[in-house]
Design a protein around this ligand. Structure first.
Ligand code: C5P
Length: 221
């Protein structure tokens, strides 16, 4: 049994950063499941698949030609779609919004399920997303749910985008954060919510370092 640690939460809660820190600390592999949905959204746009064509999107998910490449670059991992590096392209707000549209389709989620589970390998896996603890790895060794107020998450997202050289507007991002929350929490399949056995951490008033300490403390129990 491969040990799996799940970190779920809404967009901008810091779960991606936290997952990276924990994976590095433990020497575990990392699954950024959001990247799968982001890449699928971009693949759909690239091949002119309509975002409401559920059968075509499920087929695209099934045959998605996606690779994660470990790199020395800042981002750590390169995301390769059909041979092209889309690491930067998938990180825009627009790509996140498109991802949350395709992610609401049940057949898409089913198509990506095994692909996500295949990331589990020794010595272990840290998986971050929305349904890692509830659906993909229900028997995970440790589950965390990281949250923060919408205002705080928008603020962080704004800073990140500016630092990466993207154009951004805080009020627009706050609206986008709220819209994405509504879509992720309101959908019929795998809605965003903590697993019953997850430890819920609110990072509104905490630095990522403080969150990391709490997670490590919990893992050492
Ligand atoms: O985490 P990230 O912001 O990259 O995810 C982009 C979108 O993909 C989310 O808003 C959500 O709709 C979807 N997603 C999901 N299940 C996951 C990870 C992401 O539905 N496990």
């Amino acid at each position: 049994q491969v040990p799996v640690i799940t970190i779920d939460g809404p967009s901008g809660s810091g779960k991606g950063t936290l997952a990276k820190l924990i994976a590095t600390e433990l020497g575990f592999a990392l699954l950024d499941s959001g990247a799968l949905y982001r890449v699928l959204g971009q693949a759909a746009l690239k091949h002119s698949v309509a975002l409401d064509d559920e059968a075509a999107l499920a087929a695209a998910a099934e045959s998605l030609d996606l690779r994660f490449e470990v790199s020395d670059a800042e981002e750590g991992v390169k995301v390769i779609l059909e041979g092209d590096d889309v690491s930067r392209q998938i990180r825009t707000e627009q790509a996140g919004a498109t991802a949350s549209v395709v992610a609401a389709i049940p057949a898409v989620r089913t198509a990506l399920l095994q692909r996500q589970r295949d990331f589990a390998s020794l010595p272990g896996l840290v998986a971050d997303g929305r349904d890692m603890g509830t659906v993909v790895f229900p028997r995970a060794a440790a589950k965390f749910f990281l949250t923060a107020s919408a205002e705080e998450r928008a603020q962080r997202r704004y800073k990140q985008l500016i630092e990466k050289g993207f154009d951004a507007s805080l009020p627009v991002i706050l609206e986008e954060v709220k819209a994405r929350d509504a879509r992720d929490m309101g959908r019929a399949v795998a809605p965003l919510k903590p697993a019953e056995d997850a430890l819920v951490l609110d990072s509104t008033q905490l630095s990522i370092e403080q969150v990391r300490e709490q997670v490590v403390e919990q893992l050492n129990r």
